[in-house]
Write a protein that binds this ligand. Structure first.
Ligand code: DX5
Ligand code: ZN
Length: 220
């Protein structure tokens, strides 16, 4: 049987009660912490940076999945590795020499992944796929939490899953944006392995139960 990896996005946490929220995720059935870094250039918003991630790392008992929504992420790979990133994903659209950047992430001791915006076809990854621990398919335009899931995602997941299988790889497929109990199961059926959920988990009346539910409905 297959069970999805659940990665709550800290972007939706209460930053004035960050330790409380980190400990809540530690206690839950969630698997990773999803960490959104935005630079106000690549995306029209600024989130948080190194000092906050270091503080999260001090309390987190689960891997940090760091999603870099920044221009030229190659400038900061070693820094993010040093402050505790376990997985680093960079946008295909933000780095010119993707192969070099992925190598840099691995040399820094982290697992390396690529993120695709909604309008970027999965086919651009055909030759680089063997270098990817994970591919993150955005299901919204990045920059903000709480947006509506875009249905075109399913088809992209199915296409990418086929590429991965055809090449005999075990690259993980992650989905980020608007994930709820309404689309989670269908995403996993299409081939997704990792689901990010921000507002759906943190705005829930009971985030621990909501996480457990997500875990349950995504067990195939
Ligand atoms: C958006 C971020 C997402 C965001 C998801 O640019 O990459 O990780 O936090 O939030 P929800 O789950 O609320 O769409
Ligand atoms: Zn993200």
């Amino acid at each position: 049987s297959k069970q999805a990896i659940i990665a709550p996005s800290v972007l939706a946490a209460d930053f004035a009660n960050l330790q409380r929220d980190i400990e809540m995720i530690n206690k839950s059935e969630a698997d990773w912490f999803h960490i959104d870094v935005m630079d106000g250039q690549f995306v029209p918003n600024i989130s948080y940076g190194m000092p906050v991630i270091e503080a999260i790392k001090k309390h987190a008992t689960k891997p940090l999945d760091v999603h870099l929504m920044i221009e030229k992420p190659e400038r900061y790979i070693e820094t993010f590795a040093k402050i505790g990133a376990d997985i680093i994903t960079v946008h295909y659209e933000a780095t010119v020499h993707l192969h070099r950047t992925l190598t840099q992430i691995k040399n820094a001791g982290c697992k390396a992944g690529v993120v695709l915006n909604l309008s970027t076809p999965v086919s651009v990854l055909e030759d680089i796929l063997p270098e990817c621990y994970m591919v993150l398919i955005m299901s919204i335009n990045p920059g903000f939490g709480g947006q509506k899931f875009e249905e075109i995602t399913y088809n992209k997941v199915r296409k990418l899953k086929k590429m991965i299988t055809d090449q005999g790889l075990d690259t993980l497929i992650e989905i980020d944006g608007g994930v709820t109990n309404k689309n989670a199961k269908q995403l996993v059926e299409a081939g997704a392995d990792v689901l990010v959920a921000g507002s759906y988990i943190f705005n829930a009346e009971n985030p621990i139960e909501t996480t457990a539910d997500l875990k349950k409905i995504t067990t195939l």
